[in-house]
Design a protein around this ligand. Structure first.
Ligand code: HEC
Length: 189
């Protein structure tokens, strides 16, 4: 084989080699050292047996008073026949307001301000539509269901918070927002 011919051959083969190098489908087999140990470790199947517990089952009953993340027992913000729920569909008490306050101050206040008046560091940095004051007449006029739905789905530049606040948390927050709005209305300037 002449030099020219072998050079030509190498040129023809090179793209194939390159393509072969792209096939990384086996990459997950080459885990970093120590990960093999995790792949082969003993583990329980959800509905399987386990010698660890006296009843022989792997799955455990959640401790009493465990709260469901889905909060299935709490009604949502939409009515079955369309439209939003007009008022908070669960009894509002002091404990609910306290929970709502904790959620509001850790989730909403960063953007809407600790008093809900739209004064926050985030708002001061936002160029376009800022988090509004929750005391604006238009927002006060929203139904409880609409407020809860805004938190669930997000609104424009506001992120959806359904994964942070479940249905019960959202009603808690709505109750606290109503308390904030009332205290704002009756405040002494
Ligand atoms: C990351 C910042 C951020 C967080 C957190 C946030 N909001 Fe907002 N919110 C916004 C912005 C920005 C808007 C205006 C969006 C627009 O007009 O595009 C807004 C709009 C709203 C509105 C008005 C919607 C309308 O009809 O004009 C309500 C009500 C509201 N937020 C309530 C809440 C509540 C309650 C929480 C906490 C559960 C919350 N937001 C958390 C940024 C935030």
């Amino acid at each position: 084989m002449t030099f020219a011919r072998s050079a030509l051959c190498a040129l023809a083969v090179a793209p194939l080699l390159l393509l072969a190098a792209c096939d990384d489908s086996e990459a997950w087999h080459r885990l970093s050292p120590g990960w093999e140990r995790m792949q082969v470790q003993a583990r329980a199947e959800t509905f399987g047996e386990s010698p660890v517990f006296t009843d022989g089952r792997a799955m455990r009953t959640p401790p009493p008073e465990t709260l469901s993340r889905q909060a299935e027992d709490v009604p949502g913000d939409e009515q079955p026949d369309g439209g939003y729920v007009a008022t908070i569909p669960v009894p509002v008490d002091a404990a609910m307001l306290a929970r709502g306050r904790a959620q509001f101050e850790s989730v909403c206040a960063a953007c809407h301000g600790i008093r809900g008046d739209g004064v926050s560091v985030v708002a001061s940095k936002m160029q376009q539509r800022k988090p509004p004051s929750l005391h604006e007449p238009r927002i006060r006029a929203l139904s409880d269901g609409e407020l809860a739905a805004i938190v669930r789905r997000g609104y424009g530049f506001m992120p959806a918070l359904a994964s942070t606040l479940d249905a019960r948390d959202r009603w808690d927050v709505v109750a606290y927002v109503r308390a904030l709005q009332t205290s704002w209305e009756t405040r002494t300037p």
